[in-house]
Design a protein around this ligand. Structure first.
Ligand code: BG6
Length: 474
């Protein structure tokens, strides 16, 4: 249980804080994970009294009234304009006053849920006003939201700047996919199951697909999105993280250093991407969206084929694909095994095995096997074996931000991104961007430009275009 801390949320009126962070805190309280001795200090530019701000937050919270009461009693609002000194000075005084009232010197977790352009300035000013200091008894940590940088160079510069203020062990760069239950399950699936670990290599695996498909457009984020595009928005972070967790060597120990060392080794082994292995797309009507430049060349879809040049993955392609306004919404890792030995089943069409780690909508896992058709002599048919997360553990599994806040309070950096890791992952996206490919227009509700299918067809492969029914396995 976490105790004696002050959680300071910078950018507390923004969407992320309102929709994700406060509900996550409420859920942690409901589950008794935060103890009693903590305060939440919400910081933003607008003028609010504590009561007015509580009312705003309450709108986003549902259920467990007692937990809301606990949160409300510990919630304070502080006005701060990120570019002016006065606010930081006041924040410093306020935090001291709060400690005095609670008669403790509290640990501090800063969460920068602001626009990235404020990261450097906030870090600098926290130092200037003595708010970033750790002592032997008290920790001070800072969470940085994404996007962290815009390319390898800017991420490197930002790392340098924030490292003038915080040591790496104080810095928590977030990727909310790392907080998802099924993503956290990848390491366990691989490390704790003898039936998978010997097969996890080029000898047995034909290819891997990592899909994050969405059936909605850019919604109200068009200004931001139009400057980023799909590769920067979700490729550099979520998809590449999933690739790392799937491909890395199982670390000798399950701790932040070993896990992150192994992920960096994967990133450094990714072969430089070439033009024919990247397809970009833009959905029809994108340039008419409010906030999008009329001649925008921003991609709302990408598909890429990557190779990892090490012994384990020699010649095995990793296909990454994501896009907006597609025909389905799901996120999964699909692992296609090589053809089974068919010598005893001559004349029958037998499908290869696959394993799907389904992150959403229903989280679970599914393996396609071959079995005998009932009654018939040696007629083979494919069957599915499933693990439905919710059926096994109930509907109350922690949500990503709940897990990540808890881990940051706990000081576990294994589900956060290290400086070198973020720079290496940008390098891959920078290479793809440097190819200067033009996005191909695709219809809404499709699976992106047909060119992405061609990328697969070369070897008779197909994109995995569905979410599995992990409850029934049909
Ligand atoms: C965010 C992206 O990081 O991830 C969004 O900025 C995307 O564009 C979202 O929609 C997907 O996250 P989730 O958890 O809804 O799959």
């Amino acid at each position: 249980m976490q105790n004696d801390f002050t959680f300071i949320i910078m950018g507390a009126t923004g969407d992320l804080a309102q929709k994700k962070l406060f509900p996550a805190i409420h859920r942690l309280i409901s589950k008794n994970k935060l103890g009693n001795d903590f305060s939440i200090v919400a910081v933003a530019r607008s003028e609010f009294s504590n009561e007015q701000f509580s009312e705003l937050v309450k709108k986003k919270i549902s259920g467990n009234e007692a937990a809301w009461k606990t949160l409300e009693e510990r919630l304070y609002y502080q006005k701060l304009d990120f570019d002016t000194m006065e606010g930081y000075e006041n924040l410093g005084k306020f935090l001291k006053k709060l400690d005095k009232k609670r008669n403790i010197k509290s640990n501090k977790l800063f969460y920068l849920a602001t626009l990235p352009k404020h990261f450097k300035g906030i870090a600098k000013n926290l130092k200037k006003f003595g708010l970033a200091e750790e002592t032997k008894k008290n920790w001070c940590r800072v969470v940085f939201e994404k996007p962290f940088g815009n390319d390898e160079i800017s991420a490197g510069k930002l790392n340098k700047e924030i490292r003038k203020v915080f040591a790496e062990n104080q810095i928590y760069r977030i990727d909310h996919y790392l907080g998802k239950e099924l993503v956290q399950n990848i390491g366990v699936l691989r490390g704790a199951n003898r039936i998978f670990s010997p097969l996890w290599n080029a000898e047995n695996i034909d290819h891997v697909q990592i899909n994050l498909l969405e059936n909605f457009g850019v919604e109200n984020r068009s200004n931001f999105y139009d400057q980023e595009g799909a590769m920067k928005d979700v490729g550099q972070n979520h998809l590449i993280q999933l690739l790392c967790l799937t491909a890395m060597e199982i670390p000798k120990q399950f701790n932040a250093k070993s896990i992150r060392d192994e992920k960096v080794k994967v990133l450094k082994s990714i072969r430089k991407i070439i033009g024919k292995n990247v397809v970009l797309g833009q959905y029809e009507g994108y340039t008419e969206e409010k906030g999008v430049k009329r001649n925008s060349n921003t991609e709302t879809f990408f598909a890429m084929k990557l190779f990892i040049d090490n012994k384990r993955w020699k010649g095995v392609p990793f296909y990454l694909r994501s896009g907006k306004n597609l025909g389905k919404k799901f996120a999964s890792i699909y692992i296609q095994f090589k053809e089974p030995n068919l010598s005893m089943f001559k004349g029958q069409e037998i499908l290869s095995n696959y394993l799907v780690i389904q992150i959403q909508p229903e989280d679970g896992m599914l393996v396609r096997l071959n079995g005998k058709a009932p009654g018939e002599k040696l007629k083979v048919m494919s069957v599915k074996m499933t693990f439905c997360h919710q059926c096994a553990f109930g509907p109350n599994s922690p949500e990503a931000y709940e897990t990540l806040i808890h881990e940051a309070l706990d000081g576990d950096q294994s589900v956060f991104i290290r400086a070198d890791e973020i720079e290496e992952s940008w390098k891959i996206i920078d290479q793809a961007i440097a190819l200067k490919k033009k996005p191909i227009i695709y219809s809404k509700n499709s699976f992106g430009p047909t060119e992405s299918e061609k990328m697969m067809k070369e070897k008779d492969r197909e994109w995995f275009n569905k979410s599995e029914n992990v409850v029934q396995g049909i």
